[in-house]
Design a protein around this ligand. Structure first.
Ligand SMILES: [Zn+2]
Length: 186
């Protein structure tokens, strides 16, 4: 009787072991696939410097890595969905000709020719440099339905887009200066 119970227990643990082994095999075979996934997460982006579309790997870093690279305000806005105080950012009143890039990864986001005076105190644009360069995501925080705008290359939080902008798009991309770097271009 005892030996039979031991046999049953032994049999059960074999099954458990088999399951575990199966799980680990799955994980092991998934490793090359994970490498493949990294390749799949290549994104097609417009490059102002190249004056055309390029393929680029997504930029994925840990919060610690971002914290080392960014100032505390840049980190708070871009990696923690923060919002800078209106009329305090570096570029809300900037009228120079150039390109606004992601402060985290350098992805081109907006052109100065699409910037306009929204009166909000945040740099505002009526369209991005290319639709592919930004990503929209539903944001239901703060008891309101808004559309968050992120960098397509590194998922940095940039700001929000609203439908009260000027023609021709009727959109207002309300950005944070802290999430962008302005680069002068002739
Ligand atoms: Zn980025």
């Amino acid at each position: 009787m005892i030996s039979r119970r031991l046999f049953i227990i032994g049999g059960l643990s074999s099954i458990i072991l088999a399951c575990n082994r199966k799980g680990s095999i799955t994980a092991a075979t998934a490793t090359p696939a994970a490498g493949g996934t990294a390749r799949i997460s290549t994104v097609r982006l417009y490059s102002a410097a190249s004056k055309g579309y390029i393929m680029s790997d997504k930029v994925i870093k840990s919060p610690e890595e971002w914290r080392r690279q960014l100032t505390p305000e840049q980190f708070h806005v871009a990696r923690e969905q923060g919002t800078e105080m209106a009329f305090t950012g570096a570029t809300w009143d900037n009228h120079e000709v150039g390109t606004y890039q992601c402060v985290c990864c350098g992805n081109d986001l907006y052109r100065s020719e699409h910037k306009y005076e929204s009166g909000t105190g945040w740099p505002s644009f009526w369209q991005p440099i290319a639709p592919e360069n930004i990503t929209n995501r539903a944001d239901n925080s703060l008891f309101s339905r808004r559309t968050e705008v992120l960098c397509s290359r590194c998922d940095a939080h940039l700001g929000h887009v609203f439908d009260d902008g000027p023609k021709p798009t009727g959109l207002r991309y309300c950005m944070n200066s802290a999430a962008m770097t302005f680069v002068k271009m002739p």
